[in-house]
Design a protein around this ligand. Structure first.
Ligand code: NAP
Length: 297
């Protein structure tokens, strides 16, 4: 039977991104390679890594192995990596991208993101102008941002030649980013949802939205798990979740969300879990120039 793949969303530059991806932060020591191989076998085609995750080489090994096995072609995959904050110097951006490609052993990535707007003494707008040069060089198909607030996004859009295709930010029912999603839609920028499960701690029954009986009731009605309800909720909100797992059952389970739909009442229940609480507040950078989380969204 043909493998079921995730639908794709059209980006503002004409490229397409699968609406669900695999996260790889904190997947080390062969876990990243193992999880990416497992994910590709399950049907994932969108893989998220970053220079600072120190696992680009592992991710690349898995990708090349699956291409060699004939499971996928390079053009079937959507590989994302990110420019580290200590590489914001516009004169360093191309070198940093080439270093990531060398780690990955790939000729190009599908999406290259500025990982965080704070970058030493550099203005992210100058960094963005250097990012734009990577596209005609063929080093990346698309470019985007991560952890940018609405004002920073607007400043980029109003001063760019190439618009960001996505803003990758924390997003889950407990921090659902509705305002940033609505704002970004006006510019045709898709929100990618990192931390889509808010990094569950089952022993503490956290995050509460995952363990709430209302979520459980929705899940049992659809014959799904609470996690699957959460991922489905995000996709129906038009965002692209990238749950991380290194466990084969959970990798498979997280992808199995394309055969059911939440109705509007169920979406409202999931909306009701929204708080102002971030799982990853990046507090250590709070006083830095261009820190993004000092305004509402
Ligand atoms: N741009 C940024 O600044 C930024 C920041 C954070 C994250 N990210 C990206 O977003 C990805 C996802 O975020 P995240 O890793 O922080 O958090 P997450 O995906 O919300 O949660 C990952 C945790 O959930 C567990 N898990 C996964 N599936 C599960 C399931 N079905 N049931 C129960 N537990 C499950 C995983 O454990 P197991 O591995 O044991 O399954 C892992 O501990 C990252 O890996 C990274 O690629 C980007």
């Amino acid at each position: 039977m043909a493998l079921k793949l995730a639908p794709k969303v059209k980006l503002n530059d004409g490229n397409e991104m699968p609406v669900l991806g695999l996260g790889t932060w904190r997947s080390y020591e062969n876990d990243a390679e193992f999880s990416v191989k497992c994910a590709i076998d399950c049907g994932y085609r969108h893989i998220d890594t970053a220079y600072v995750y120190e696992n680009e080489a592992e991710v690349g090994r898995a990708v090349r192995a699956k291409i060699q096995e004939g499971v996928v072609k390079r053009e079937d995959l959507f590989i994302v990596t990110k420019l580290a904050s200590h590489h914001h110097d516009p004169n360093v951006v191309e070198k940093a991208c080439r270093e990531s490609l060398s780690n990955l052993q790939l000729d190009y990535v599908d999406l290259y993101l500025i990982h965080f707007p704070v970058g030493m003494d550099f203005d992210y707008l100058d960094t963005w102008k250097a990012m734009e040069k990577l596209v005609p060089l063929g080093l990346t198909k698309s470019i985007g941002i991560s952890n940018f607030n609405s004002e920073q996004t607007k400043r980029i859009v109003e001063n760019c030649t190439i618009k960001p295709v996505t803003n990758q930010v924390e997003c889950h029912p407990g921090f659902n980013q509705q305002k940033l999603i609505d704002f970004s839609k006006k510019y045709d920028i898709i929100i990618t949802a990192y931390c889509p499960l808010a990094r569950p701690k089952p022993e503490m029954k956290l995050p509460s939205f995952l363990f709430d009986e209302k979520t459980e009731a929705i899940a049992s009605k659809h014959g799904k798990t609470a996690t699957q309800v959460v991922l489905r909720y995000l996709i129906q909100h038009g965002v692209v979740p990238i749950p991380k797992s290194v466990n084969p059952q959970r990798i498979k389970q997280n992808f199995d969300v394309f055969d059911f739909e939440l109705n509007s009442d169920e979406m409202k229940v999931m909306d009701s879990f929204n708080t102002k609480h971030r799982t990853i507040p990046f507090s250590q950078l709070r006083t830095a120039k261009h820190f993004p989380f000092n305004i509402e969204f």
